[in-house]
Design a protein around this ligand. Structure first.
Ligand code: 13P
Ligand code: SF4
Length: 304
């Protein structure tokens, strides 16, 4: 492992590369990354970095977002099959049809979507700023929200807006059940339950805080609580423990693993930098349109 990390460091210098990792990445990858964070934080970093090469340790839509925001950079995804099933639950064709059915509606897409879907959208958001973004939209306009129905319901609830939802969902977050939360709360009655807005509604109703992964890290760091039940992908527990060694973090469910996120390994990062693979790029006509929606996303900061 030491040798792999040394190789990555050397190759990074050689190619003027930066390593960005999502909070769900395997622990050893979060540890060697130049920056790890949530989708919003990573998008901002990708747009601002001066490095020539971005090695994106995450899934396809995240690397695509970096390529849209920073077209002059080389964006590498170390495993080209690391996708997000939720992002593939709506196609541009399906979104065009939905827009025809609601011709006056504004379209907000979750960043967990393809570049083609972003290009068909007016605005993009992440779970960290979806509420702020939707709140800023004119009250007299209908809003289509795709593809995550669960994040959509959370946003509708917080903003009081009646959103037109798409039935997409995250296959990892729906693995966490109402019973999982009840069992964990019975065992750890003093623990604070933090859940991602992608969780199902019954899980969210039983939770104390609904937060993006970046907001969970901040909440835990600012809190005096000593126990937390975590209702999101388990990879984040590595960093929660590292940053808060005195607190206890209990996964709500051991099934909450995103296997696509776990496809990235240290070996694959070495190969990515040695062979400049796998380059992620977006056709210019799509990129230009998708960038308009993404620029709005990176401008809106979360309230907390
Ligand atoms: P965050 O933006 O909260 O990190 O979430 C990304 C994601 O893919 C959640 O499943
Ligand atoms: Fe997609 Fe869910 Fe994995 Fe996030 S956790 S990347 S939404 S499949």
């Amino acid at each position: 492992m030491k040798k792999l990390v040394e190789n990555i460091e050397r190759l990074k210098q050689q190619h003027n590369a930066v390593i960005l990792a999502h909070n769900y990445q395997p622990g050893e990858i979060q540890d060697i990354a130049d920056f790890s964070g949530d989708s919003l934080g990573l998008s901002i970093k990708a747009a601002q970095t001066e490095a020539e090469v971005i090695v994106f340790c995450g899934v396809q839509f995240m690397a695509e977002t970096a390529a849209i925001l920073s077209p002059e950079k080389t964006v590498l995804l170390p495993d080209k099959s690391a996708g997000c099933p939720m992002a593939d639950m709506i196609t541009a064709e399906q979104l065009r049809k939905l827009k025809q059915e609601h011709p006056d509606a504004l379209v907000v897409c979750y960043v967990n979507s393809t570049a083609e879907v972003k290009a068909e959208s007016d605005y993009c958001c992440t779970s960290a700023n979806a509420v702020e973004l939707v709140s800023s939209l004119p009250k007299d306009r209908q809003i289509i929200f795709v593809p995550d129905q669960h994040l959509g319901r959370f946003v509708a609830d917080r903003t009081g807006r009646d959103l037109i939802l798409w039935p997409g969902y995250c296959i990892t977050h729906v693995m966490i059940t109402e019973d999982d939360i009840k069992t964990a709360k019975a065992k750890y009655p003093d623990a604070i339950v933090m859940a991602h807005p992608e969780c199902s509604e019954p899980v969210k109703e039983l939770s104390d805080e609904l937060l993006s992964t970046g907001q969970m890290l901040k909440f835990a760091a600012d809190s005096t609580a000593k126990q937390f039940i975590i209702a999101t992908e388990m990879g984040i527990i590595h960093t929660l423990k590292k940053q808060n060694p005195k607190a206890e973090f209990i996964p709500a469910s051991n099934r909450a693993i995103c296997h696509n996120m776990k496809k990235i390994t240290l070996e694959k990062i070495v190969w990515a930098l040695e062979d400049m693979q796998y380059k992620i790029s977006v056709p210019e006509v799509i990129r230009e349109k998708a960038k308009i929606a993404l620029d709005k996303m990176v401008e809106i900061l979360p309230a907390k």
